[in-house]
Design a protein around this ligand. Structure first.
Ligand code: OAD
Length: 231
């Protein structure tokens, strides 16, 4: 069966009101990556880091999935083969839009992780410094998000899917963060046709067979309709 692998980034949630990272006024214009998205930053100032993710968690909780999220869920339901959604996003808008088995390679705001023993549990709306782990009781709770310098989640599973993809699509990501930025090359090596859907050409745009420019709420439903119409 024809497998479709889809990589999404912050651009797919932009029209749901969530900030991207590298667009003008984006999160990385307001915060230093070293301060809020590295293990060293967390060790230095855990209150600052919890504050950053508490604010993002509160914001994400208010956000509604948009037409692009729903279109991908529809593709998953109606495509006769597997449709694997891999997201770099830590929001849960794919799931809220009806998608299943989403691979959160950069973790999720919905999760808490014990930095001492690796236990995971559902994050409360507000995490606080020194919160004890429910399993080992160490005061080491952190958001279950992947920081710079850490290994993204489920890479073996993702590479397996990429090697078997017939179609690879990259949606709403600037292509500046590895390893996700290199997924297109893995997919090409496996023989996939590749397409990028983004507001503007990404850093790796020339690697794709096709680039579709425009806001995700317009381009993604149109692309899904085309795929479902042609089978
Ligand atoms: P970026 O902020 O780097 O890129 C977002 C992309 O989405 C840009 O190329 C925009 O042009 C595009 N975009 C913006 N609005 C859009 C819209 N309405 N429709 C379609 N595209 C739109 O975000 P990511 O590529 O997701 O990692 O960033 C990757 C990783 O870098 C994140 O997961 C995060 C960040 O640092 C960590 O924190 C580990």
């Amino acid at each position: 069966m024809e497998k479709i692998v889809i990589l999404t980034g912050a651009g797919i949630s932009a029209e749901s009101g969530l900030s991207t990272f590298r667009d003008e006024g984006g999160l990385w214009a307001q915060h230093r990556i070293e301060d809020v998205a590295t293990p060293e930053g967390f060790a230095r100032d855990p209150a600052l880091v919890h504050g950053f993710y508490n604010a993002r968690r509160a914001h994400a909780a208010q956000a509604k999935p948009n037409a692009a999220h729903s279109a991908l869920a529809r593709l998953q339901r109606d495509w006769p083969g597997d449709v694997i959604i891999v997201t770099q996003n830590v929001d849960s808008l794919h799931e809220a839009g009806g998608a299943e088995d989403v691979i959160h390679m950069h973790g999720s705001l919905a999760g808490a992780l014990c930095a001492a023993c690796g236990h995971r549990w559902a994050a409360p709306p507000e995490m606080a410094v020194g919160e004890p782990c429910p399993a080992c009781h160490a005061p080491a709770a952190r958001p279950d998000v992947v920081w710079f310098g850490e290994m993204p989640y489920q890479m073996d599973v993702i590479y397996d899917h990429l090697a078997n993809a017939r179609i690879f699509a990259s949606i709403g990501t600037s292509g500046q963060v590895y390893p996700a930025a290199a997924f297109v090359h893995e997919a090409i090596a496996g023989g996939a046709r590749t397409v990028e859907l983004n507001l503007e050409p990404s850093a790796g745009s020339s690697s794709f067979d096709e680039t579709i420019l425009g806001p995700a709420t317009e381009t993604v439903p149109r692309w899904v309709n085309k795929l479902l119409g042609q089978r």
